[in-house]
Design a protein around this ligand. Structure first.
Ligand code: FES
Length: 151
């Protein structure tokens, strides 16, 4: 089925649901790995909101991506507890090392760098999620080793 046909099925499954936008965006991203740009007007129309409103919600929640991710996704915790133990410096280190800013994917398609806001691992910060796996007590050396393994 085409992407739009699949999005329409997802919309049907959420018909009449209150606050359906977030579950719909989650379902679309689960299906395609991102929320395709062409899906937004279809979703907006079904929910009788503007495309700008839908796009605004998407960017407010950091979970949604507009483009397909790389083969690996490195999410660094940017929330308070991790910040208090050096997450900012670590984020700068990662961005420099990868040559990527937030939400960017390396040219070879190996890594996407994303922020995340608390992984529930605050006692072992700075924390990260590497391809869905929790990693705690990060430091520059550990991060370099992780990045080196993302091919
Ligand atoms: Fe980073 Fe909670 S603040 S895991």
């Amino acid at each position: 089925a085409s992407m739009i046909a699949r999005v329409e099925e997802i919309l049907d499954a959420h018909k009449g649901m209150e606050g359906a936008l977030l579950p719909i965006l989650h379902a679309v991203q689960a299906e395609f790995g991102h929320v395709p740009e062409a899906a937004l007007p279809v979703i907006a129309e079904a929910l009788v909101i503007t495309k700008a409103e839908a796009a605004g919600v998407m960017s407010f929640y950091h979970d949604f991506r507009e483009k397909p991710a790389g083969r690996h996704v490195l999410k660094l915790c940017r929330a308070e507890s991790c910040k208090s133990v050096g997450a900012d410096a670590l984020a700068d280190h990662a961005r420099g090392k990868l040559g990527l800013d937030w939400h960017e994917t390396s040219k070879d398609g190996a890594v996407t760098l994303e922020p995340i806001f608390c992984l529930g691992l605050c006692a072992c910060g700075p924390a990260a999620l590497v391809d869905g796996k929790l990693v705690g007590r990060l430091d520059a050396a550990k991060l370099d080793a992780i990045i080196g393994g993302l091919k």
